[in-house]
Design a protein around this ligand. Sequence first.
Ligand code: ADP
Length: 396
Amino acid sequence: MKILVLNSGSSSIKFKLYNMDDKSVLASGIIEEIGNKNSKAILKFSGKVVTKNLEIINHEAGTHILNQMLKDNGILDSLNDLDGIGHRIVHGGDKFKSSVIIDDEVIDIIKYLSPLAPLHNPAHLEGIKSAIKEAPNVPNVAVFDTVFHQTMPNYAYMYAIPYDLYKNYHVRKYGFHGTSHKYVSQEAAKFLNIDINKFNAISLHIGNGASITAIKNGKSIDTSMGITPLEGLMMGTRSGDIDPAAITYLAEVLDVRSKEIYKILNNKSGLLGICGTNDMREVRKMITQDNELAKLAYSMYMYRIIKYIGSYFAVLGRVDALIFTAGVGENDFELRDDICNKITHLGVLINKELNQKQSSDIRFITKENSPIKALVVPTDEELAIALDVKNLILKK
Ligand code: ADP
């Protein structure tokens, strides 16, 4: 069974092609700078990298080039030979409680939800339409970042604002990175040999974007991101939690519209805003050079994570595991060490050697006698999407 996973952004399409019989990756790559003169298509397969520099005017042209490149390199005769195409969709609002096979109604709802994710959903729709055009015989499946968090209770997802604003404008917490939180929690439960329906965990997806989720009996009961991916932890370029009054205040003193403030909070804040880089590796380098702002940025970043861990411990009661995943969570052993050493009173006893071991496998980082296990679980959102596509297609 061959499944293609597409992650369509406003100017790019990331792709990964799987042979689901053994979950191997047949090819992967990106069509980037779509709509720009510098656009190119990069295809990776069997240890090779093929790059095509050419003007790609839109997603439709990008998907066509992908089809050609897969054919020219003997990977696939045509996209029409696929068993399914999975699309990563950022916002499913409260309309989708699971992944779905895409039809006209699904397309309409994704479009309807676009105001909640203006940078993402319209681009995903371009990706979907292009895939349907290029491979009309292949079923398309939508897999939403929000779905895993649809199990949050209303008192966790509601904001304490006039109820009408929720009723009329859908203002509530939705949460994101759901595909990753679900995948790593399921992998962790399997690894620990605990029935997922009885598994309690706190999962930390810490990449450039970062979020933390409280998982009770295998289900999300709270998560740090909100109506958009801006709320919660301090991130690479996003502020995370901030007093909303700061926004109106800044709009006034800077004499700019709220859109500008939104850009500042999304693209110019977080690690970048405090010390000038959004890459944790750079922050580390700057800390070794005694850069005070890098030290401050790192302390703020870690402090926010610890506060959230504490609050999720409180709401969960029993925690079986703390899960670290994504770019920073999987690779930065110093951050894991610093966090775990600050929460020994909660029963997390880190094993320094295990924690420092470099590996791409799921692994313990706590001592054998640690009351709460901490694990590194490499995330694989594309594989999780491909698995959902496979399951839905087999059910059809
Ligand atoms: P995204 O949110 O874009 O999917 P990723 O999960 O790929 O992000 O994480 C990317 C981030 O991971 C980089 O910006 C970098 O800060 C961080 N990162 C990657 N490798 C390391 C490392 N060895 N040490 C510390 N941070 C790392």
